[in-house]
Design a protein around this ligand. Structure first.
Ligand code: ATP
Ligand code: AMO
Length: 466
């Protein structure tokens, strides 16, 4: 028994007889004596050649192999040979495999809704083909997600998604954070009552957590000092947009503050910079694969003496006013103006990544710390990529009396959050944190244009399957 090898290793195996398991990406018979099988493993593929030869490959065997359905999984034994001509295409590499044996591991019983080749086709190729039916629409992809996910683009996207989570963990571990797991079944809403899913819970009801907000603050009250969580977040928002999901992956963290809430902002900034570097440096191959289908200007961020661009909410409003937006429309910055701001910032400061600080208090949740110098403002911040929000965070109120008062101001009954409030009544360090949407960061880093492409099996107001 030979060990099975990966397609990626074939260029270094010239002349070897190998065994590999792969899918038939496509096949093409040439007369009755030869068949080309394009074999695929994740983002790798190789051309296999089967030729009728006495004692080795019979005519019947060739006919049977040529008739195997696209997407069948086969086990192939063959000799690796440097391709006679080096064909410059991502799907045909520098070596080919001359097949001596072929076994069917798993066949395809149903008719494919589209092929993986279709799923990977670029806009340029579709335009060139002159056939718009060659384009696989997003809904068709999501309805048949298993086939869609086999595409090179998706294999790369989800490798990058995993890398993002990994880089998040690595950075926080090296800064003394510990991972926590907070309950997703809750007795009360945390962010705002309007966007919470209610589920039946024995004789009463429960809510699905809209964020680990209360739990991560309670972990601080319990002296964990620095905590993070990667977990699902549920939002009952009927937002049918390119950037809202009803369930997404929240990357949350919370930490104590020594002197100033900017310590938290700096930690979060360091986190993003290390994620951007990690992705660009260790996953170039995957980024290039995605860029083929989703061409994008390279994501830009600033480093060096100036560091990440930071400005206040008021300065953000001024930038928009200078650009012609009416000041009356800027009590809050809506999605359209957020994007406009992204374009202004890119043109003026050459960055796709920036931080807005000091949001008006009335725009932020009850647990946000007011600015001690101006209580209409808050010690809070949002982080942006390409003009869209990826993180929201703040210093939190740790004084139980002020917290109760803010709850009442926002129409929340403090009795409904007694366990949380107790944490502060028993004493709690000054602290702050932030929450990041994993799919948003991935979508914006790669410029995928739709958050659903960054979610394995996306959930939105109209989709609960597959
Ligand atoms: P977060 O919820 O994290 O603050 P967000 O970007 O979702 O992040 P929200 O304030 O919840 O911010 O979202 C409201 C923004 O999304 C608004 O700017 C609004 O214009 C836009 N939005 C929400 N729902 C819809 C919708 N159904 N159609 C168009 N835009 C929407
Ligand atoms: P917020 O509600 O702003 O803050 O959420 C934090 C981040 O989560 C992402 N996000 C979403 N992603 C996909 N679909 C959605 N419907 C959606 N809503 C939000 C965004 C956003 O920046 N408790 C605070 C965080 C904190 O203060 O620590 C919170 O949940 O990227």
């Amino acid at each position: 028994h030979r060990p099975r090898v990966d397609i990626a290793s074939l260029p270094s195996r010239d002349g070897e007889t190998v065994l590999l398991r792969a899918r038939i990406h496509n096949s093409r018979a040439q007369g009755s004596k030869m068949v080309f099988l394009n074999l695929r493993q994740r983002i790798e593929s190789v051309q296999a050649l089967m030729i009728v030869a006495p004692e080795k490959v019979s005519k019947q065997m060739l006919k049977w192999a040529a008739g195997l359905a696209t997407e069948s999984i086969v086990l192939v034994e063959g000799v690796v040979k440097k391709s006679p001509e080096i064909i410059k295409s991502a799907t045909v590499g520098t070596v080919e495999v001359e097949v001596s044996k072929l076994f069917l591991i798993s066949g395809v019983e149903a008719r494919l809704p589209f092929t993986v080749e279709d799923a990977d086709r670029t806009e340029a190729e579709i335009e060139a083909s002159g056939d718009q039916f060659n384009r696989v629409l997003l809904d068709t992809r999501l309805n048949n997600r298993v086939i869609d996910l086999r595409s090179q683009t998706n294999q790369a996207i989800f490798k990058l998604q995993a890398a993002l989570g990994d880089l998040f963990r690595q950075f926080l571990h090296s800064n003394g954070f510990i991972e926590i797991h907070s309950p997703k079944l809750q007795g009360a809403a945390t962010e705002s009552g309007a966007s919470v899913f209610k589920v039946s819970y024995f004789k009463g009801g429960a809510f699905l957590a809209q964020s680990p907000q209360l739990a991560k603050q309670m972990a601080i009250a319990a002296d964990f000092e620095r905590v993070y969580e990667i977990g699902p977040v549920f939002r009952a928002e009927d937002s049918n947009t390119h950037r809202h999901l009803t369930e997404f992956m929240g990357l949350d963290l919370e930490m104590t503050i020594e002197e100033h809430y900017h310590e938290v902002m700096e930690m979060l900034d360091g986190l993003f910079i290390s994620i951007f570097h990690g992705l660009r440096e260790k996953y170039k191959k995957e980024i290039d694969v995605v860029n083929k289908q989703f061409p994008a200007e390279e994501f830009k961020w600033r480093e060096g003496p100036d560091g990440t661009l930071k400005f206040s909410f008021r300065e953000a409003v001024n930038l928009l006013v200078e650009d012609g937006v009416a000041r009356e429309d800027l009590d809050d910055i809506n999605t359209e103006n957020e994007k406009r701001l992204g374009r202004i910032v890119r043109a003026k400061y050459e960055t796709d990544y920036y931080i807005i600080d000091k949001f008006p208090m009335e725009l932020r949740p009850f647990y946000t710390m007011p600015d001690p110098n101006d209580p209409t403002l808050s010690n809070s911040y949002d982080f942006f990529m390409r003009g869209e929000e990826i993180l929201s965070g703040a210093q939190r109120i740790h004084d139980p009396k002020l917290l109760e008062q803010q709850m009442r101001n926002k129409g929340i009954d403090p009795e409904s959050m007694k366990g949380y409030l107790d944490g502060f009544r028993f004493g709690c360090s000054p602290h702050g944190g932030g929450g990041i949407g994993l799919e948003r960061v991935l979508m914006l880093f790669l410029k995928l244009n739709n958050i659903r492409r960054a979610s394995l099996f996306p959930r939105d107001p109209k989709r609960l399957e597959p």
